[in-house]
Write a new protein. Structure first.
Length: 277
């Protein structure tokens, strides 16, 4: 599944090409995505200027004068900026057309989403899919000091594992499976540790490593495990340099101990039994 770095890479890729452009049409080839593509979307958007391409968690937010289009890449989606006349492939489901160019959603598994939030409904951050999200890891609210206080205070008494707490996205958004495993390794925290048992000092180290890991992933174009490509069609390569993710049985890059894997909440977890306590 595309995680926060992949979505941020996509945002950075499409924003320069489409910001300030006028939308001229919407082509819906398949409306049955995770949620149905809203009927009348072309009517809502035709002639509107795209003012900004923003991100909240794993959602891309296209800011038009009359509201926002919410885009989610689901399990296997990607967005490409292409010439509008480019022939569509089998899994090319939606085009937002901007004159001679289009923004095309390719989604083989159809778990992605194209939704509409009108300006009359209030700020897009109040949308039901966004309202419960935690803080952004790149924001000022998640610097080392404030993030440590936030993580420590929100987890007191919680028996859930720290990895499951990170994946839930209620405290901090965007730390998906790959990046949770990597951040916890870098911070020396075992993924199975109960969140309520972690000290504030260790949370400060974890917050620092979350930001560093996600920043590095963005710089490397994200991770391509199956279908993800950036808006320019390039694959990400963060997965080539992971410390633990996908490396079960291989020697730890720090101590040489074989990396272990386990299952947590139906997701694969990777860790070093020596480096992570």
């Amino acid at each position: 599944m595309p995680e926060l770095p992949e979505v941020e890479v996509t945002r950075c890729g499409i924003a320069p090409h489409l910001t300030g452009r006028t939308l001229t049409g919407v082509v819906v080839r398949q409306s049955a995505l995770r949620w149905p593509v809203p009927q009348g979307l072309a009517r809502q958007l035709a002639g509107r200027v795209l003012r900004a391409v923003e991100r909240r968690g794993k959602y891309l937010l296209l800011d038009f004068e009359s509201g926002w289009v919410l885009l989610h890449l689901g399990m296997s989606g990607s967005l490409r900026v292409l010439p509008a006349q480019t022939p569509a492939d089998k899994h090319d489901h939606v085009d937002l057309v901007f004159g001679a160019q289009c923004l095309r959603l390719h989604d083989p598994r159809r778990f992605g989403a194209v939704l509409w939030h009108p300006a009359t409904a209030g700020a897009v951050t109040g949308h039901a899919l966004l309202a419960g999200l935690g803080v952004e890891p790149f924001s000022a609210d998640f610097d080392e000091t404030r993030a440590a206080l936030l993580l420590h205070s929100k987890t007191r008494g919680r028996r859930a594992s720290i990895k499951q707490v990170l994946l839930a996205g209620e405290i901090v958004v965007g730390v998906g499976n790959i990046y949770a495993s990597e951040s916890l390794f870098r911070a020396g925290i075992r993924p199975q540790t109960a969140a309520g048992r972690i000290s504030r000092a260790r949370y400060q180290a974890l917050a620092q490593e979350i930001r560093a890991t996600l920043s590095e992933a963005v710089q490397k174009g994200g991770s391509t495990l199956r279908d993800f490509v950036g808006s320019d069609g390039q694959r990400g390569y963060f997965q080539i340099d992971t410390f633990v993710y996908g490396r079960a049985g291989e020697p730890c890059k720090k101590c040489g101990t074989p990396i272990r894997s386990s299952r947590q909440g139906q997701r694969s977890t990777f860790f070093c039994p020596h480096c992570q306590k």
